[in-house]
Design a protein. Structure first.
Length: 629
């Protein structure tokens, strides 16, 4: 059955000017989420929208936003913000702003501004103060910063607040706090839209607290034939019809293979699809860097068009690489989850996940980079043998997948990559970093009952990243030699950078370090008693605390002995011996010595009977650093 979707020209809420912009951009018919959301959001209703990724949520909130501001009777002033769109990532914020610009240009005097990390925050504040903006699009952190520091920003006439990918906005240590701080600065009489492909409990709680009787829009994907069989084209046998949260046009596959087989399988796959556009996801930034060097070496003479993208790159570099990949008719983008949400890269034929994401909700967003807006697309996920239960886990979450057997008799590529690591220090270092970050990132999987770190074959993993030696890290302590890993006969210290400038800098640092070690005076350890060694290891604050306690105990003991002297239960000579002032068997003193000592003691008495107050300072004369001698 063919479903007839509503045309934008049939929406009474959309003005002729906006229709002209839609027509110029090639948008004629509305998607289900747009058809359900636009009438509500444009009619001053709060909406909580959940729909699969790639369903057209961006236009579903931009069209009502523009229509709300177009209908204002009094134009907004220079620094008055009429609408705010919050995005979890810089790439998504830029994409939303790009789509927004032609619509905003159709409203006389309406201005927009993009605020996101990677740029100078002082420059953003100065730009807003100089030019102003009526619609702000940006990331949560930068928007919060601008709202706190700007003395001219005015939100009293704010009409629309949009939280795109709301579940991701609330992630992290400060997500909820920043969101609360931002919303507190906005007027309560506003229209609020929460849009996300996954509706988490945090999103629902936010909707209850910050929205006024929101309309819930859940655009479910139509049931399709069960994917328990070999194919996904509607002819599978087994469970009959199944609900799914991924688009109907998406065919999802998975392959079971070992860690040291992934590189060969991926290289073979990319060579088979070199004329198509492919996005490949990895667990960490270091893994992206390693594969960006290893894949061209694995491909040999048949070079692959590979682009690396991750969050540790400079913002300008990320934007340039993403724009180049989007404009290219084919190629491979190696990336992390920084490119998992909301990005609309045209004509992506395949999404490959070498490593499943730490958060299972991100799986849907990753595969959603293909099969967008009703188009078809395919996704492939590599799983380790002990991760096979992930397939059933995803099926329960309405993400069906079909097994695709690993390609047999693929060309062996790891020896070639290891030889490269033995001759190029950059490859060697990238492999080591990838191994370390992968092991530590694997322990942060939210599905720990499936992704068990103790089940990882660390030997195969070290081989997969072409390590020459195992790195020193706590996770490898006490394991000894790992099976399935053979250290290289090449000493890692002797491996040089192929880049002559980097190698020159490395040699300079090595020479400086050797000179410092040579000039450093030899340290000779003096033998110390065992107790002194223990005391030396204590922190300074702890030592001071112990010394103060010991001083108090010594003072109390001396005071008790002084009482005995006053009561006649202890002689002064015994008191002096106890304090260490006088030796137990001292030779008979001369009369002159006795007279001299008696004069000193009378001075210390201070006019009091017995030995008086002079005892305490007399005792401390023989103390230094909390020790008696």
């Amino acid at each position: 059955m063919v479903v007839e979707h509503k045309r934008f020209s049939e929406f009474p809420e959309i003005s002729p000017t906006t229709l002209a912009v839609l027509d110029s951009l090639g948008f004629v018919t509305a998607t289900p989420v747009q058809e359900a959301t636009i009438p509500l959001f444009a009619a001053n209703k709060d909406v909580l929208v959940g729909a699969c990724t790639g369903s057209g949520k961006t236009l579903a909130f931009l069209i009502p936003l523009i229509e709300q501001l177009r209908r204002l009777e009094d134009p907004l002033k220079k620094h008055q913000v009429g609408a705010l769109v919050v995005s979890p990532t810089r790439e998504l914020a830029r994409q939303i702003h790009t789509v927004l610009e032609p619509f905003a240009a159709s409203v006389p005097g309406l201005t927009t501004m993009l605020l996101m990390g990677g740029s100078d925050p002082v420059a953003d504040l100065r730009a807003f103060k100089d030019r102003g903006a009526h619609i702000l699009v940006g990331t949560l952190g930068r928007l919060t910063d601008v709202f706190e520091k700007s003395d001219v920003l005015d939100t009293r006439r704010l009409e629309v607040l949009v939280l795109d990918e709301a579940d991701r906005l609330l992630d992290g240590k400060h997500g909820k706090d920043q969101m609360e701080a931002l919303i507190r600065r906005l007027p309560t009489q506003r229209r609020t839209g929460l849009f996300s492909a996954t509706q988490t409990e945090d999103v629902k709680d936010l909707a209850k607290a910050k929205m006024r009787n929101p309309y819930r829009v859940n655009v479910a994907v139509e049931p399709v034939a069960s994917t328990s069989g070999r194919t996904i084209d509607g002819l599978s046998s087994g469970r009959g019809l199944e609900q799914r949260v991924t688009p109907n046009g998406l065919q999802a596959f998975y392959t079971i293979c070992q860690s040291d087989e992934k590189l060969a399988q991926l290289a073979h796959f990319l060579q088979e699809h070199r004329d198509e556009k492919v996005i490949v996801y990895f667990l960490t930034c270091a893994c992206v860097d390693f594969y960006s060097l290893a894949l061209p070496a694995a491909a040999g003479a048949e070079q692959l068009d590979v682009t690396a993208l991750h969050g540790k790159m400079k913002q300008s570099q990320r934007e340039a690489k993403l724009a180049a990949f989007a404009a290219s008719p084919s190629g491979t983008l190696l990336c992390t989850d920084v490119a998992a949400r909301g990005l609309d890269v045209p004509d992506v034929a395949w999404v490959v996940q070498v490593d499943p994401p730490q958060d299972p909700d991100v799986f849907v967003h990753r595969v959603g980079r293909t099969a967008r807006m009703g188009r078809s697309g395919r996704a492939l996920t590599f799983l380790l043998p002990h991760e096979a239960a992930y397939v059933e886990f995803l099926r329960i979450r309405k993400v069906p997948m079909v097994e695709e057997e690993a390609t047999k008799n693929v060309q062996e590529v790891l020896p070639r990559v290891r030889r490269l690591a033995e001759t190029d220090r950059e490859v060697m270092e990238k492999g080591t970093s990838a191994f370390v970050t992968y092991v530590r990132g694997y322990r942060e999987h939210q599905c720990r009952f499936i992704f068990r770190s103790e089940a990882l074959d660390l030997g195969r993993l070290a081989t997969a990243f072409a390590l020459l030696r195992l790195p020193r890290m706590p996770e490898l302590r006490g394991l000894g030699d790992l099976p399935n890993f053979t250290p290289s006969p090449v000493d890692p210290i002797t491996v040089k950078f192929k880049n002559k400038q980097r190698e020159k800098q490395r040699q300079k640092k090595l020479a400086e370090r050797a000179l410092q070690q040579k000039e450093a005076p030899e340290r000779t350890e003096r033998p110390r008693p065992e107790e002194a060694q223990k005391e030396r290891r204590l922190p300074a604050a702890k030592r001071r605390q112990l010394e103060a306690r010991q001083d108090a105990e010594d003072f109390a003991a001396e005071y008790r002995m002084l009482k005995k002297v006053k009561k006649g239960r202890m002689s002064e000579e015994e008191f002096d011996i106890a304090l260490g002032i006088k030796a137990p068997q001292e030779e008979m003193e001369t009369d002159a010595d006795l007279a001299k000592d008696e004069g000193q003691r009378q001075k210390k008495k201070g006019g009091h009977g017995g030995r008086g107050k002079g005892v305490v300072p007399f005792k401390h004369k023989y103390r230094h650093g909390g020790k008696r001698f």
